[in-house]
Design a protein around this ligand. Structure first.
Ligand code: NAD
Ligand code: MG
Length: 384
């Protein structure tokens, strides 16, 4: 029996995780759930899974939830302290980290410190504090399993092989909704256009990141830390059909790939049940029904965000922190209609140019730099 805490249970990954849990009640028990603001969905989840503890974003929401809850069997907490309590609940042995953004860092770090195994969806944790987090994972002897589909594919393609035989990791990218749009048209796309991802249904922030290719930049950094690979051994191929989820190329020229219908339930389940597998309800892959699988190089002129991630990794340890925070601010500004789509990468680059990179000392240090970058980027955006 795996006892789970799900951080971000009302999000896209959280909901898919609970679908897997519901399908395998003999394998999983829910100890704690955390949500931002969606109290209606959280109430349904409490009724279905009877967690000991739930945490919501702030006190007002916690009070409201208390009024809505028919009984007192579930403890209600709030804020960062509540997220940490859920992440470190004594009965939990695995934490699904599915909060979006750098807000996931502190609870995920607390779970690792408390010795919990992690199923990691929140890639921003590794982007913003990769070395510190991997050091904590090693020191505490916990297991960190990727949920991100590309990293799950790499993880699966590495099974039974030796790391020293790896020549490259090749992450695939769908290219998003604007893959074939001209540079000029990219400046005019709407929020609705950007939220219309061709292959995956996901939360808003990652959907915009996918459209700008920043998602792939974040994933290159995530892969760098998860698999302890230098940036120059991590390549990106555009693969619009999202059937090959990523690949590992070995020194003898052999390439291992993982394929499947694009559905996050497959990588989520693998992280929860590794090394075993369980039925997920994911539509079986019928290669004969596909018209073809295509691959090409990303266009760094129309989609500069991917190159910003490679630059950040080369610049120094604090630069990915700055890039990640600036991206969160710029994406929020785009979503609220304040800036153009092409301004996202422009704002991030400007924030990065203003930063003097250095080594990261602690999680508190990461939070300080994250805050600095948010303020800088917000200031910059006033002049856009
Ligand atoms: P989402 O927006 O659908 O859900 C985010 C969850 O986090 C929600 O439960 C929300 O209430 C909660 N949350 C947001 N801000 C919070 C805060 N400040 N404090 C506490 N809780 C907060 O996002 P998602 O698409 O499920 O993505 C979650 C994470 O998984 C992201 O890091 C994303 O990059 C990663 N991921 C998602 C997918 C996908 O298919 N959705 C695939 C790969 C990786
Ligand atoms: Mg991914």
């Amino acid at each position: 029996m795996k006892n789970l805490t799900i951080l971000g249970s009302t999000g896209s990954i959280g909901v898919s995780t609970l679908e897997i849990v519901a399908a395998h009640p003999e394998k999983f028990r829910v100890v704690a759930l955390t949500a931002g603001k969606n109290l209606d969905l959280l109430l349904q989840q409490i009724a279905a899974f009877s967690p000991q503890l739930v945490a919501v974003k702030n006190e007002a929401l916690a009070l409201k939830l208390q009024e809505m809850l028919p009984d007192n069997r579930t403890a209600i907490m709030h804020g960062v302290a509540g997220m940490i309590a859920a992440a470190t609940a004594p009965d939990t042995n695995m934490v699904v980290a599915a909060i979006v953004g750098a807000a996931g860092l502190v609870p995920t770090a607390a779970a690792i410190e408390a010795g919990k195994d992690i199923a990691l969806a929140n890639k921003e944790t590794l982007v913003t504090a990769g070395r510190l987090i991997m050091d904590m994972v090693k020191a505490r002897g916990v297991k960190l399993y990727p949920v991100d589909s590309e990293h799950s594919a790499v993880f699966q393609s590495l099974q039974g092989h030796r790391k020293e035989d790896v020549r490259r990791i090749i992450l695939t990218a769908s290219g998003g909704p604007f893959l074939n749009l001209s540079a000029e048209k990219l400046g005019q796309v709407t929020v609705t256009d950007a939220l219309n991802h061709p292959n995956w249904s996901m939360g808003q922030k990652i959907t915009i990141d996918s459209a700008s290719m920043m998602n792939k930049g974040l994933e290159v950094i995530e892969a760098r830390w998860l698999f302890d690979m230098p940036a120059e051994k991590i390549a990106v191929n555009i693969h619009p059909q999202s059937i090959i989820h990523s690949m590992v190329e070995y020194t003898d020229g052999c390439v291992m790939a993982q394929l499947g219908t694009p559905d996050m339930k497959a990588p989520i389940a693998y992280a929860l049940t590794y090394p075993g597998r369980v039925p997920t309800g994911v539509k079986p892959l019928d290669l004969t029904s596909l018209s073809g699988l295509t691959f090409f190089q990303p266009d760094s002129v129309r989609f500069p965000a991917l190159q910003l991630a490679y630059r950040a990794m080369g610049d120094g340890e604090s630069m990915p922190t700055v890039m990640n925070a600036a991206n969160e601010v710029a994406v929020a500004a785009f979503l609220s209609g304040r800036i153009k789509f092409t301004d996202i990468a422009r704002a991030i680059e400007k924030a990065m140019d203003l930063h003097d990179p250095r080594t990261l000392d602690s999680i508190e240090d990461v939070l300080d730099i994250d805050q600095w970058s948010r303020e800088k980027c917000s200031e910059l955006l006033k002049h856009f």
